[in-house]
Design a protein around this ligand. Structure first.
Ligand SMILES: [Ca+2]
Ligand SMILES: [Ca+2]
Length: 411
């Protein structure tokens, strides 16, 4: 029975391959959403080791099938962004945008903490090295360095924070005045805030001094006049009105080691961090989705970054939410290339054959789940038939919807 089914599927495959040798490409009639990205290297998608799968802005745009225009620049501060808003090409893009994504503030604060007369993070390859450099030979925090470092920060940062607060308010006002787009700001996260489950460094006194300083500048502390709670960097962002604020500080809190490249002494999000940011932004935007084939970048970031195996242990609610979005747009597209095609039917059959033979499936996880095209809990011939039927119908211009719509009508 199974053998016959496989033969039948193979025959269908061969026939459709022939039929499809000249599939016309169709142009989308609908005008796509426009997303404009502004800000610093979190938005450019800077990656120290070049392993980033996609920036959060790319994932969000891909999810909505939107066109992304980015003016983000590595190293940009709030003063730099404010200046950039007087650029006519930026103004024109912002005016036409449906969504404006902004990250700003990291360079105002973090650069001053990690690059100064006392600490030069660029000298170190790893956070372990940097923290060791801040210890005495006996392993205690080296207060000969840390005490003047703290004094320097206490003296410098209140003015820096006041400037940021004034700049970010002006940025938000200018954006609101120049566009009807949904404007999304993120709070600034602390890449050094980590717990002992993620790294042994979490219990190092020197690491704690660095991290608590950053938290103080971002969030403030109770009963402190220089850094009042709620009235520092992130308080200014959360207090913005008429914009959407995504609280990336809270997302990364306790897990800087997991979401960022801080182990390489680099403050930027890794692929999992960008995935988490993209997810929270998509949730906050809650815009109508345009097509089931969108969202491939979100899915690739989820599978290829390792988040598929580990994120559930860090933040199970976030993991469930990402998984929901990933699967919603994945059925039928087993190889995650954004299209439901013959290769996907072949993959369905390879899983089916492995199951039948009792051997290990060549495809696992989200990709194997995507092979259950009709979502009935098993991968078999009917899934391959559905995939091929959709592909044929699309090729013959007999069906104009998404795979999910096709599956709904034909399963
Ligand atoms: Ca595919
Ligand atoms: Ca099935």
């Amino acid at each position: 029975m199974k053998k016959n089914n496989l033969k039948r599927a193979a025959a269908i495959l061969a026939a459709i391959s022939l039929m499809m040798s000249a599939v016309p490409t169709e142009a989308s009639a609908e005008e796509s959403m426009s997303i404009v990205a502004l800000g610093d290297s979190i938005t450019t998608g800077y990656s120290k080791d070049g392993t980033l799968i996609a920036s959060y802005a790319e994932m969000v745009s891909d999810y909505y099938g939107a066109e992304l225009t980015s003016f983000a620049q590595d190293g940009l501060t709030s003063a730099g962004l404010l200046e950039q808003l007087s650029d006519v090409s930026v103004q024109a893009a912002v005016a036409e945008a449906d969504v404006v994504l902004v990250t700003i503030g990291g360079n105002d604060i973090l650069q001053l903490v990690l690059n100064n007369d006392y600490i030069d993070a660029t000298q170190y390859e790893s956070m372990n090295q940097l923290i060791s450099g801040l210890k005495t030979e006996s392993g205690a925090p080296n207060y000969a360095v840390l005490t003047p470092f703290n004094l320097y920060l206490t003296k410098t940062m209140p003015g820096v924070i006041a400037n940021f607060r004034s700049n970010v308010a002006a940025i938000a006002e200018q954006l609101k005045a120049s566009t009807n787009a949904k404007i999304v700001f993120q709070t600034v996260y602390n890449p050094m805030d980590c717990d002992a489950d993620d790294t042994d460094l979490a219990v190092s006194g020197s690491m704690e001094i660095l991290s608590s300083n950053v938290n103080k500048f971002l969030e403030g502390i109770a009963d402190n006049t220089a850094f009042p709670k709620g009235q520092c960097v992130n308080g200014a962002i959360r207090d913005l009105t008429g914009v959407t604020v995504v609280d990336t500080f809270q997302t990364v809190y306790d897990h800087g080691y997991y979401y960022t490249d801080i182990k390489m002494v680099d403050v930027h999000p890794n692929s999992i961090g960008h995935l988490a940011i993209a997810e929270t932004i998509i949730d906050a935007l809650a815009l109508p989705e345009t097509g089931a084939e969108n969202g491939t970048k979100l899915r690739l970031a989820y599978t290829a970054s390792g988040a598929e195996k580990t994120l559930g242990n860090i933040d199970s609610a976030l993991n469930d939410s990402i998984m929901g979005k990933v699967m919603k747009n994945s059925y039928g597209d087993v190889d995650a290339n954004g299209a439901v095609e013959i290769a996907d039917a072949t993959s369905v059959l390879s899983i089916y054959a492995a199951n039948g033979a009792g051997t290990e499936s060549p495809i696992t996880g989200v990709n194997a789940q995507a092979a259950d095209a009709d979502q009935n809990g098993t991968v078999d011939i009917s899934d391959a038939t559905l995939v091929l039927g959709y592909y044929a119908a699309k090729g013959a211009n007999a069906f104009d919807g998404t795979f999910m719509e096709y599956a709904e009508q034909n399963k």
